[in-house]
Design a protein around this ligand. Structure first.
Ligand code: ADP
Length: 432
């Protein structure tokens, strides 16, 4: 089917040709008539073309040129398309303005950076928190925020971690800094003032640490007396012995809980100023094997598969407590005669420490909550085996310090696998 512009043009040609034939028939000037007709037709097309060109050059928002036939239809179609595009662009502009105005109201500083860390745009809070000014657009962010931890975080590209700093641009408050990469190597820098939250958490941590510390001494005294009473024979000694032994067991448990609470609060509030060191994990695991065998009292079979050349950057003591916690858990939750496999290896995804047992297993709904403080699947069993309910919480904290994560796979009655996934490169030490 012909478009309306083309059919209008054809109608014009047919109508004028009839006129031409009549004129030639009347005058007998056939050749002259046809030549004149062609010249007029070409002139008309050139004139319309010129009008159309001028209209396009002048912007399609101006009035339509007085064209006819095919050209008038073309003019109409172009202007309709242009109007639709303009409407779409207006909508996009409106949406982007709406996003910008909303982000202006956010109390966190938000800065958009290009692939070379030049500032492209920032919101109102960035003026207050980061002291940015309009003339900073286009400048490199490293030149404006010179905090060494920030520069390190920006350059290291370990953006899955959040950086916590205690002063920024001379202001002594606590900030969390997060970089989110987006579109074509661009970055969104988000800086949040978390002073109030941090102080509250600090009060809680201090309370737990102080309470645990205060309980330590009276408990040691009680334990001392209990031991003395157990060891000193006297009247009714045999009658009181089971009760005294029970009291001693319970005070041992309390002491273990206090020690774990102190370890945990130390992990949470400790200032890690020391740099991560090279940790000789294979040597550590050789010692751990002996300790694990002693802990199991020969009731379990251990298989160690260790990459002897694999070391990582980290903090030795906390790492040892992670490995020990996972291995002793495997012993405590695996019936006698069970097999416990410990692996230390590297693959394309990073470095891994893995403990696999064929013990009681854990049902799926408990797995996400295992690292919560005092969360136990079976409280009675945990107590009987000397658990505090804090082991995996400690594991989680230490792994976070190493930029690592804990992965748990388990099937009831079949066993569990606890795997620590370390990144190959060590993240920067946090300065909290
Ligand atoms: P606990 O001192 O009670 O063992 P943890 O924090 O170490 O505390 O572990 C939390 C809970 O996770 C335990 O109470 C236990 O129910 C479960 N759990 C940990 N390791 C294992 C394992 N290897 N097999 C089965 N259950 C486990």
């Amino acid at each position: 089917m012909l478009s309306s512009g083309v059919s209008r043009e054809l109608t014009w040609i047919v109508a004028t040709l009839w006129g031409l034939l009549f004129f030639c028939w009347l005058t007998g000037w056939w050749i002259e008539g046809f030549i004149a007709y062609l010249l007029i037709y070409m002139g008309r097309q050139l004139w319309s073309m010129r009008k159309f060109e001028k209209w396009i050059e002048g912007g399609t928002t101006s009035a339509f040129p007085p064209a006819s036939g095919f050209w008038s239809e073309l003019t109409y179609l172009v202007s309709r398309k242009q109007r639709a595009l303009e409407k779409h662009a207006d909508l996009q502009l409106y949406k982007s303005e709406q996003f910008k105005s909303a982000s202006m109201l956010i109390p966190d500083a938000i800065v958009s950076l290009d692939h070379e860390n030049h500032i492209e745009w920032f919101n109102a809070s960035s003026r207050k928190i980061l002291e940015l000014r309009s003339q900073d657009v286009g400048r490199k962010i490293e030149g404006l925020i010179r905090q060494p931890e920030f520069i390190h975080y920006l350059k290291e590209s370990q953006y899955q971690n959040v950086l916590r700093i205690h002063s920024l641009q001379g202001v002594q408050r606590t900030f969390s800094v997060k970089i989110i990469p987006y579109f074509d190597s661009h970055k969104l820098l988000i800086v949040k003032d978390i002073t109030d939250l941090y102080n509250l958490a600090q009060i809680r941590r201090d309370f737990i640490a102080n309470a645990s510390h205060e309980l330590r001494t009276p408990l040691t005294v009680l334990k001392g007396y209990l031991e003395a009473m157990i060891d000193t024979p006297g009247p009714h000694h045999d009658m009181w012995l089971p009760a005294l032994q029970n009291m001693e067991n319970q005070s041992d448990r309390m002491q273990a809980i206090i020690e774990d609470l102190l370890t945990l609060s130390k992990m949470e509030s400790q200032t890690i100023t020391s740099k991560a060191n090279k940790v000789d994990v294979p040597r550590m695991l050789a010692n751990l094997k002996t300790e694990a065998q002693q802990f199991s009292q020969g009731k379990h079979q251990f298989v160690f598969e260790v990459d002897e050349s694999l070391t990582i950057q980290g903090y030795a003591e906390p790492l040892k407590s992670v490995f020990m916690n996972l291995v002793t858990n495997a012993v405590r939750y695996t019936p006698d005669g069970g097999i416990i496999k410990v692996r230390w290896y590297e693959d394309t995804e990073g470095v891994h420490f893995e403990v696999e047992d064929n013990g009681i297993g854990i049902s799926k709904e408990h797995i996400p909550r295992l690292t919560e403080r005092f969360y136990r699947v079976d409280t009675a069993r945990s107590r009987v085996t000397g658990g505090t309910g804090l082991g995996l919480a400690i594991v989680k904290h230490v792994l976070e310090r190493h930029g690592a994560t804990l992965h748990v796979d388990s099937l009831i009655g079949r066993g569990s696998t606890f795997r620590c996934d370390f990144p190959t490169a060590m993240p920067p030490a946090q300065s909290d």
